[in-house]
Write a protein that binds this ligand. Structure first.
Ligand SMILES: Nc1ncnc2c1ncn2[C@@H]1O[C@H](COP(=O)(O)OP(=O)(O)OP(=O)(O)O)[C@@H](O)[C@H]1O
Ligand SMILES: [Mg+2]
Length: 340
């Protein structure tokens, strides 16, 4: 404790006063007790040397004490990284050193915390960079297929002037469809980016989920011909972001179409919407992972998939303060649902 310690000056003066008192007392005692005939010049010189030695040894003790304290301080300064809270317990004799000790501990603790923060930050940046590079590879991979197909069809059309009109039309449709795929991949990426940077804001309005789901379903039925999507007719009016809800439904229904062959069932109740398929299902080890960005199960390498759909759905539902829930069994099917 600070107030108990003497200052360095007080400490040195106290030492000197003590030693002077001891020396004077001893000297008086010796002069009084030793017979006068023995007290010659040599005797006085010897006494003087003895007193001097006593004073010197006392100064030496003080110097050693100061040296010891300086050593502790030096130890702190030479090994900032090794500084541990145990050093706080070091005992100091004088107030000045105690103050230096406390200040140093404060500074070292600060440096240590700063270093810790810096290390955390560096690790975070490294992780972000790795994720970014993973993302780039995933994107490049997904864009390659539709681009290669477009180039292939265009090349064929260019090389052969005698292609029958029906085949020419078919190739042009393929080129158009692949362009659409690229467009969709791009918009999904941009949407994801808005979520990542926290730019996405909600534009709330009151609307009926049933017609919205019906429209999404019929658009998808156009694309997935020969597939059936059954929507339960229940008018559920919600306050939500309509454009984002459309994205949620589109992703969930499209997944159901991609990962199953049977008709899809969409349930609408008082406060819940569900999308059920009788498809490949998800294994229990993967069920927690499917909503992670860029995750796709190893078993299926589907075309035109980035593994972003469910991650986007999860983010949108989170913005609406609700959760995406999944029940699934391998080879039996899955139900994706949320309360709203
Ligand atoms: N209805 C489903 N049945 C079985 N597995 C599914 C279903 N929905 C999603 N999955 C699995 O979860 C993974 C992640 O789905 P998600 O929608 O995020 O990505 P994706 O469909 O692969 O690609 P994207 O939606 O970006 O085009 C899928 O790759 C698939 O393995
Ligand atoms: Mg998907």
């Amino acid at each position: 404790m600070l107030y108990r310690r003497p200052s360095l000056t007080e400490y040195v003066i106290a030492r000197l006063v003590t030693i002077i008192i001891i020396v004077t007392t001893l000297y008086t005692l010796i002069i009084v007790t030793v017979p006068k005939e023995i007290q010659n010049t040599a005797f006085h010189v010897a006494l003087f040397v003895l007193a001097l030695l006593l004073i010197l040894s006392s100064v030496y003790v003080v110097a050693r004490q100061v040296k010891k304290e300086l050593k502790i301080v030096e130890k702190y300064l030479s090994g900032v990284e090794e500084f541990d809270e145990g050093s706080r317990k070091a005992r100091f004799f004088t107030r000045e050193f105690e103050t230096i000790n406390l200040r140093l501990i404060q500074i070292l603790r600060k440096i240590k915390n700063e270093n810790k923060k810096k290390r955390k930050y560096t690790a975070k940046i490294k992780l972000k960079n790795r994720q970014r590079s993973d993302m780039l590879s995933a994107i490049a991979h997904e864009f390659r297929n539709p681009i290669a197909a477009t180039m292939g069809y265009a090349q064929t059309l260019n090389d052969d002037d005698d292609i029958p009109p029906a085949l020419r039309k078919k190739f042009l449709t393929k080129i158009y469809n692949n362009g659409e795929k690229i467009e969709e991949l791009l918009s999904r990426l941009l949407l994801w980016n808005r979520f990542e940077s926290g730019e996405q804001r909600l534009h709330l309005s009151k609307f009926d989920m049933y017609p919205l789901i019906r429209e999404v379903a019929s658009n998808l039925e156009e694309r997935y011909k020969e597939r059936q999507i059954r929507v339960e007719e229940h008018h559920l009016v919600v306050k939500a972001d309509k454009a984002l809800m459309e994205i949620v439904m589109k992703n969930l229904i499209e997944n159901a179409l991609k990962y199953s062959k049977e008709p899809i069932e969409i349930g609408i109740t008082q406060n819940q919407i569900s999308v059920t398929d009788k498809g490949v299902g998800i294994s229990s080890k993967n069920i927690d992972k499917v909503t992670k960005k860029f995750f796709r199960t190893d078993e299926h390498s589907w075309d035109n998939s980035m593994g972003l759909g469910l991650a986007i759905v999860k983010q949108i539902l989170k913005l609406h303060h609700t959760l995406l829930l999944i029940e699934s069994e391998e080879d039996k099917g899955s139900t994706f649902y949320f309360n709203i």
